[in-house]
Design a protein around this ligand. Structure first.
Ligand code: PXP
Length: 250
């Protein structure tokens, strides 16, 4: 069954808008994570950015202690963050690129140009019993490189697909890139997740076309919807769409 990982970063974004630097404040992303789990989410995702603009260190520690499903820690390969991951030991880390001025994770990881460093981090994580996923664009060269790192998963960046639809363009070419990327990854022995920009509206087309998906990581749209209907219902709405997925790995 296709798994839902809820990214709770933007719960922390709202907290930080009022309580930055104070060590407390509402809404609590950990309580939000627990509410998502109770509603059926299969995992919780949080991005500890180097600039700590939303999730902060204490959130990661508390998430690891309190959630019952799997913690997926999104992170750059920065030494400081790698050290935190090795200490906290999330179930899995998702390595992402990070730029200080970006609004959100803009592109995929440049794996082929950073093979040695990414391999090194994969080895450190493996030694600590932590799985690794690489957040990459559906680009054949990046997928090929990902297969040489020791990571077991890739997360296909669905942001361009989402943007094409939002801007009223033909999303078919992006969908085809995602489909062939998933097939290529699977042939190379990689397991495949996807995420970024996914909504209840754009998911059905993706799920009709892209095979082998094991987990979707969804944040902004789910948290936005929760403002109106609450987290449990927002989680249930996404799960309802995902239940129709028939192309998962056997
Ligand atoms: N996956 C990764 C690797 C991300 O960086 C993000 C954004 O933090 C997401 C998934 C979730 O994207 P969105 O918030 O657009 O659902």
């Amino acid at each position: 069954m296709l798994q839902l990982g809820v990214n709770i970063d933007h719960v922390a974004t709202v907290r930080e808008a009022r309580y930055r630097g104070r060590g407390f404040g509402e809404p609590d992303p950990v309580e939000a994570a627990l509410a998502c789990e109770r509603a059926g989410a299969h995992g919780i995702t949080a991005h500890l950015r180097e600039d700590r603009r939303h999730i902060v260190d204490r959130d990661v520690v508390a998430l690891k202690e309190r959630i019952r499903t799997r913690l997926n820690l999104e992170m750059a390969v920065a030494p400081e963050i790698v050290a935190i991951a090795l200490r906290v030991k999330p179930g899995i880390v998702c390595l992402v690129p990070e730029r200080r001025q970006e609004v959100t994770t803009e592109g995929g990881l440049e794996v082929s140009g950073n093979l040695a460093r990414i391999r090194e981090v994969c080895q450190q994580m493996a030694a600590a019993g932590i799985e690794v996923s690489l957040f990459i664009s559906p680009d054949p060269a990046q997928i090929e490189a990902a297969a040489q790192t020791g990571a077991s998963f890739i997360e296909l960046h669905t942001g361009s697909y989402a943007d094409q639809l939002l801007e009223g363009h033909d999303a078919a070419p992006e969908l085809e890139r995602l489909r062939t990327g998933a097939v290529q990854a699977r042939q190379l022995g990689l397991r495949v997740n996807a995420g970024h920009g996914l909504t209840v509206a754009n998911l059905p087309r993706l799920l009709e076309v892209v095979p082998h998906l094991e987990e979707l990581n969804i944040g902004h749209s789910l948290v936005s919807r929760a403002v109106f209907v609450g987290l449990p219902r927002a989680v249930e709405e996404f799960l309802a769409v995902m239940r129709g997925y028939r192309l998962g790995p056997a």
